[in-house]
Design a protein around this ligand. Structure first.
Ligand code: V47
Length: 404
C-alpha cells in the first residue's frame, strides 16, 4: 500500500519516495506548494525511517560566542546579534573568560563546544587557535565544532592565508567539525537583499568542499522565512545536494527559521514575534529530508522553532535535535522566547515522549549512549507523563528563559 497523500500532485512524488528515487527541483517546488502537510510529513517520515529507523540523535553541547563584534554589522540586515566595536552591548571575551564559560562543561555531560561569533575586525587566527588548544587541554573529552565558513574566510583575509591553510590550522588545533551557519539563502537576489557583502555562495560552498576534502565533516543550513521565494529555497537545497554528491561531508542539514525582532530586515518587513509559521517550519524539515537524499541527518533547532514544534518535527522526517545548548544568544537577540538551554534528562525524555529512541551522539554521530526502557532517566516522572497529549520537556527545569 502506498504512502497516504491527499494532494494528487504528491502522488507521483510518493511513488518516487517509495522507490527511493531522487526528487527533482520541480518535485520540491510541488512539495513547497502543497497544503497536504500530513501527506508531505508521511513521505518525509518514510524517507527518514529508511535512513534512521526510530533513532533520534542529540548531543550534549554548549554554545560559546566569543565576540559579537562584526564588520558586517550594518550589512547583514537579518542579524540581531552583531554589534559595531563601540556600540552598546559589544563584547569580546578574553581567552580566560572563554575558559571560564566553558567550565560549565566540567561537571556536566557536555561533549561538544559549538563556537561561532561575529567577524571581528582585528581578532587574529592565533586567538582562535589558542582557544581551541586551551579548550582541548582543559576538556579533552569535548569535541569542538567551530567557525562558520564566513569566519574562516574572514580569518584567511586578515592573515593573508588561503582558506585551506586556515582550516588545516584549525584542525591541527583541535577543531573536529564546522557548523553550518552563514549559508542563509544562496540565490544572488536574496543575498543582495540580506547581506550583499557577505561571503557569496560559491565561496561558502568552496570552503565546505575544502573541509570535506581534508576529511573534516561539516553541517549545512538555510535561513528561511524572510524575502526568499520557494524557487530560491529549492535552488539553495539543490546547491547543497550537488556539493554533497561531489564531495560528501555534510552530516546534518538544519533549516533555520528567521526571527525578525531587533533587526533591520524585520523592521523593513514590518514583522515582529515569529516570522515563520508552524506549517512552514514543518514543511522545511520534511522537504529537507526528502530532497537532500545524500545528507544523513536533518536537525531541528528547538531554540528557534520551540521545543514543542521540534517534537512534532520528529514525525516529519527529522531525526536530529539541537542539544542542551546551555546558553543561546543569536536567536534570543532576535526575539526568540524559547528557553536558553535544555537539561540533558529533559531532552532524552522529550524524544522518548514522541515515541522515538533517543541516541546521544558525538559530533561525528558516533553513538555515545542509548536509553533502554528501564533507564532511570526514562523512569523519572516528566511533564509528558502528566500531559500525554502535549508531551514537552519539564519546563520548570529549564533555566534562564527570556532575552540575553
Ligand atoms: O548563519 C542569524 C542565523 C545562523 C538570525 O551547525 C538567524 O549544528 C534567525 O548556523 N533569525 C548561525 N536566524 C547559527 C547556525 C547553527 C545553529 C545551530 C546549529 C548549527 C550547526 C548551526 O543563525 C546564521 C544565520 O542563518 N541567524 N540571525 C535571525 N534574526
Amino acid at each position: 500500500m502506498g504512502i497516504s497523500v491527499s494532494d494528487p500532485a504528491l502522488t507521483p512524488i510518493s511513488a518516487k519516495v517509495e522507490a527511493g528515487e531522487r526528487l527533482s527541483s520541480d518535485d520540491a517546488l510541488a512539495l513547497f506548494d502543497t497544503a497536504d502537510l500530513l501527506g508531505l510529513g508521511a513521505l518525509a517520515h518514510f524517507a527518514n525511517r529508511r535512513l534512521n529507523g526510530d533513532r533520534v540523535f542529540f548531543s550534549a553541547n554548549q554554545h560559546i560566542n566569543p565576540t559579537n563584534v562584526c564588520i558586517l554589522r550594518k550589512n547583514c540586515v537579518f542579524c540581531s546579534f552583531a554589534r559595531s566595536p563601540k556600540e552598546e552591548g559589544a563584547y569580546l571575551r578574553s581567552l580566560e573568560e572563554v575558559y571560564h564559560e566553558a567550565e560549565a562543561a566540567r561537571n556536566s555531560p557536555t561533549r561538544e563546544f559549538h563556537i561561532v561569533g561575529g567577524l571581528h575586525p582585528k581578532l587574529r587566527l592565533e586567538y582562535y587557535l589558542d582557544m581551541f588548544r586551551g579548550l582541548k587541554e582543559r576538556h579533552p573529552h569535548v569535541q569542538i565544532k567551530a567557525l562558520t565558513a564566513v569566519e574562516v574566510a574572514n580569518l584567511a583575509r586578515i592573515e593573508k592565508m588561503s582558506t585551506v591553510d586556515v582550516l588545516l590550522a584549525m584542525r591541527d588545533s583541535g577543531v573536529d567539525t564546522l557548523p553550518g551557519g552563514g549559508a542563509e539563502v544562496f540565490g544572488v537576489g536574496v543575498r543582495a537583499a540580506l547581506a550583499d557583502r557577505k561571503l557569496i555562495a560559491d565561496d561558502w560552498l568552496r570552503i565546505h568542499r575544502e573541509a570535506h576534502d581534508m576529511d573534516m565533516f561539516t553541517n549545512c543550513t538555510m535561513l528561511y522565512g524572510h524575502v526568499e521565494t520557494m524557487a530560491d529555497r529549492v535552488g539553495h537545497l539543490a546547491m547543497l545536494r550537488a556539493l554533497q554528491d561531489e564531495s560528501p561531508g555534510f552530516l546534518t542539514y538544519i533549516p533555520l527559521a528567521y526571527h525578525p525582532d531587533h533587526n533591520e530586515l524585520g523592521e523593513r518587513l514590518g514583522r515582529t514575534g515569529t516570522a515563520t509559521t508552524g506549517f512552514d517550519d514543518l514543511k522545511n524539515i520534511a522537504i529537507g529530508r526528502l530532497f537532500l537524499d545524500n545528507i544523513p541527518h536533518v536537525k531541528t533547532h528547538w531554540p528557534m522553532v520551540t521545543p514543542f514544534l521540534s517534537q512534532i518535527a520528529l514525525e516529519f522526517g527529522c531525526d536530529d535535535v539541537e542539544g542542551t545548548v546551555v546558553y543561546e544568544r543569536i536567536y534570543h537577540e532576535a526575539g526568540a522566547e524559547t528557553p536558553m538551554m535544555m537539561a540533558y534528562d529533559d531532552l532524552v525524555r522529550f524524544i522518548r515522549a514522541a515515541g522515538k529512541d533517543p541516541v546521544e551522539r558525538d559530533s561525528l554521530y558516533k553513538t555515545l549512549r542509548t536509553f533502554p526502557d528501564d533507564d532511570p532517566i526514562l523512569a523519572a516522572p516528566s511533564a509528558a507523563d502528566d500531559h500525554p497529549t502535549q508531551a514537552t520537556p519539564d519546563l520548570t527545569r529549564l533555566v534562564g528563559t527570556g532575552r540575553a
